[in-house]
Design a protein around this ligand. Sequence first.
Ligand SMILES: NC(=O)c1ccc[n+]([C@@H]2O[C@H](COP(=O)([O-])OP(=O)(O)OC[C@H]3O[C@@H](n4cnc5c(N)ncnc54)[C@H](OP(=O)(O)O)[C@@H]3O)[C@@H](O)[C@H]2O)c1
Length: 231
Amino acid sequence: MTVAFVAGATGFTGKALVALLRERGTPAVAHVRPDSRDLQHWQALFAGQGAQVDTAPWQLEAMTQTLKARGVTHVFCCVGTTQARMKAHGAAQNSYEAVDYALPKLLAQAAAAAGVQRFVYLSSLGAGPNAKGAYLQWRYKAEQAVQAAGVPFTIARPSIITGQRDQPRVAEAVAGKVLDGALGLLGMLGATTLHNRYKSTSDARLAAALLRLALDPALVGQVVLSEDLGE
Ligand SMILES: NC(=O)c1ccc[n+]([C@@H]2O[C@H](COP(=O)([O-])OP(=O)(O)OC[C@H]3O[C@@H](n4cnc5c(N)ncnc54)[C@H](OP(=O)(O)O)[C@@H]3O)[C@@H](O)[C@H]2O)c1
């Protein structure tokens, strides 16, 4: 039986993934950080969907124990910070290194120690050793850490994620529209590979893709690019 654990369950993609898992009747554990300001809200929301809520601290031993105790078979890592979070809640605790790199690394190591069947890491298109910008470089380092952890993994690299967020991100929505418009034109001109790679996705489409990746035995050890994340 599949038992899914979603880290970053309170985020745009993680929330859609927990909802999808429960719609399909899959046992799901929604991880909410213990210091969440909205813990009661998340507990009520996820309990209403029939998901369990887990507030294990981000520590290797605690995460390993909680994955074991809950019989988790599949872990989805959907955590990540933003420049806005760094400005609002402190640059050091919310840096790309502290969140986008350190948390997936810790969780992958815990998943390996707990004998989890699959670890799906939500990375980003453009991640690479020579990528432009700290965000994509730390994403790549996180991918490397996931691969080194010793757990069967699959890494997803989506393009921009758009849709109705609880707290709208104007720049992201505009970027998605502009990008899709330009790519639509390129698609008409025959540049379909470019179009398929960079076109935006939605939280629900991405959640469905992550679930499909997790259950496909052929995708162990694979990095899946945005154009292969579609239905
Ligand atoms: N948005 C895009 O266009 C896009 C494109 C490609 C890839 N991605 C990547 O995909 C991932 C998911 O994106 P998203 O838009 O769904 O993210 P999101 O809505 O910003 O959610 C981020 C999640 O990470 C958690 N988190 C952030 N800082 C944390 C910290 N210091 N400690 C523990 N948890 C923390 C948040 O928890 P709280 O709610 O408790 O803060 C939340 O659950 C991100 O990592 C992002 O980099 C995003």
